[in-house]
Design a protein around this ligand. Sequence first.
Ligand code: C2E
Ligand code: SIN
Ligand code: SIN
Ligand code: SIN
Ligand code: FE
Ligand code: FE
Length: 412
Amino acid sequence: MSIDEIRKELILEFDFAGKILAEEEEEEEEEEALVVSLKDITKRVRAEEQTQRQLAYLEALHNIDIASASSVDLDLTIAEITNQTQAMLKVDAVSLLTYDPHLQEFTCRGREGFKTEALEHTRLRLGQGLAERAAREYETLHIPDLREEDAYPFTDAPELEKEGFVAYWGVPLIAKGDIKGVLEIFHRAPLSPSPEWSNFLATLAGQAAIGIENSNLFIGIQEANQNLSMAYDTTLEGWAKALEYRDMETEGHSRRVTNTAVRLARSLGLEGNKLLYLRRGALLHDIGKMGVPDNILQKTGPLDDDEWAIMHQHPIYAFDMLKSISYLRHALDIPRYHHERWDGSGYPRGLAGEEIPLPARIFAIVDVWDALLSDRPYRDAWPEEKALAHIRDQSGKHFDPRVVKAFLELEK
Ligand code: C2E
Ligand code: SIN
Ligand code: SIN
Ligand code: SIN
Ligand code: FE
Ligand code: FE
């Protein structure tokens, strides 16, 4: 799965969660409407207000959904949650702490409505603070009046005392049974909220938990992908080294041609993933020689027809070896086509001109250049002048003239 596909799935999930919430809210509204029609007009007015509030709540949830879905940046989602929570619940301040299970620590990631720097740099370890208590008990912690507490409970956040908060709620954010963080509500006056208010707070907390969970999931997948890529690339380098050893290539031939090919490709305007695929392909260009016996590979004289027939298979061996590795599916052009020639006289397919994929046309020049400058079992290294003259001479025959030009610029 590519990052993009994962992202799309996450977005679908968010959409889905949003719709379920919307349906639940609608059902509540319908029930409310039924009750209302049986009661008096004052209640009807109140119900009307309630419906308006429900709509506003829905809108708030929707905004949070959009923030979550349109960004993989958790901080933006959290900012939207704290913002909507404060506005919808009409409370003075809101903070959101996320939990790091490795450090066993809560960190304040979002704040809204504070007058001081309170909580800005707060990190709570286990056993500290109200937020941590709510999380530990898996239950909303409600303190109606902080002033009535025996001791001011925010031992690690002395600034909070200056805020003059009275009412406090700490709601644990739980997804898949695990604590993801805590949503905290602060108000500077006593507050006796309706069941509707409490429901909405719970809904917001649920939404926040899902947002954090999905973001962690996404980051986890990204990291796993990156680690995998690194492990793969290390494997490729080891593989290339093993071949160098058998092919009696000079030490570092693979890395050298790879680096030169990337530089040349860049000078021709290739970028991003194209360079990544080219790099991997270059590293593995001669991996198909693994299928060529030593007596041919290490022969000191010229090859006879039968030996050439086998040697000409090495690009096909490479393709057969690598084609089922999905990680390398974009990196096969070079192993497969690095011996094709611009004039159509190459192998294995006899492709000509731009039928030959550009990475392979780029690589062919670099490969021949490096081979000529190396001692091979079948001949000694050529001097640089002679090799350069050969490359120039083969422009339009073996090599793509445009690439030869770029190569000569690069080697100047
Ligand atoms: P390689 O040694 O890595 O050479 C890669 C490519 O560089 C060759 O592809 C060829 O295009 C160019 N090249 C290398 N040495 C020379 C040279 O002395 N003169 C010229 N004009 N071009 C050279 P090619 O020819 O398709 O060969 C593929 C592989 O076959 C070579 O890879 C090498 O492993 C083997 N090979 C080629 N010629 C001989 C040979 O005379 N004896 C032996 N034992 N192996 C050979
Ligand atoms: C990818 O799927 O890894 C990139 C897209 C492509 O180059 O086909
Ligand atoms: C909190 O629980 O968010 C405040 C920090 C503390 O209790 O020290
Ligand atoms: C993929 O395309 O599946 C990821 C591997 C890569 O970076 O090419
Ligand atoms: Fe080759
Ligand atoms: Fe080579």
